[in-house]
Design a binder for this molecule. Sequence first.
Ligand SMILES: O=P(O)(O)OC[C@H]1O[C@H](O[C@H]2O[C@H](CO)[C@@H](O)[C@H](O)[C@H]2O)[C@H](O)[C@@H](O)[C@@H]1O
Length: 265
Amino acid sequence: MTSRATLRDAVVADPGGTLLALDFDGTLAPIVDDPAQAHVHPAAAEALSRLGGRLGTVAVITGRPVLQALELGGFRGRAGLEDLVICGQYGAERWDAATGAVSSPTRPDAVAALAEALPDWLARHGAPGARIEDKHLAVAVHTRGLGDGVLESIGRPLADLARAHGLTVEPGRQVVELRASGVTKGDALRTLVGERSPRVVVYAGDDLGDVPAFDAVDDLRRGGTTGFTVCSASTEQTALVPRADLVLDGPDAVAAWLVELADAL
Ligand SMILES: O=P(O)(O)OC[C@H]1O[C@H](O[C@H]2O[C@H](CO)[C@@H](O)[C@H](O)[C@H]2O)[C@H](O)[C@@H](O)[C@@H]1O
């Protein structure tokens, strides 16, 4: 495991050549019951402003719709984040602070059909209390707070339902997303790297949707780029722990680490 100091020193040695990409929920934003109430940890927001003014690229790569991440994150117009990039819906959407441009594909008919069918389907499958989050390109079914076993019991039939609609399943923390696009956070990260040609790439995430971004960092390393993976750890999801260069204890610790990086710069 790479030490915190090694990562910090690599960034401090080449801030302009560094691309720092972060996941939103569970990494920048503490996990809360209601997805609409999530917010970026205040210390992380402050540190990102400082880092944005120093690093070559700061990006948020999230499963959230890009406009939602923008609003919940309070990123628009924030000092230091004039060049921020947000890749939403695992990279299917994008917002660039520099231009204000938003790109988002048309809503697939399959997602619209699924969104209509889901409330009845959940009631019939014993999960009427599951929270449905319609994300335009995907529909997420949240089971946080419903008790143990609900996610497990609806997981397989939900996957069948996704397949029946020609959609892909994206599992996450107390959530299953049924989405149209097969684009991953790894694709989003590779696109940013292709555009910005960083010499140092740092990616931080907490959940299964971040695995492809970790894979991308591994590939970049094999190609000679200096790369670091950071896990925002939780008891809920441990898959990234063995793969991370730096393991931090959730969003509080991520915020403290970002402050430390900003201070070091
Ligand atoms: O890629 P991310 O930024 O991590 O987004 C992944 C999904 O996160 C959200 O759900 C998660 O956070 C919620 C708020 O804390 C929590 O209630 C839920 O249990 C978590 O799974 C979000 O609602 C999804 O749309 C994102 O795709």
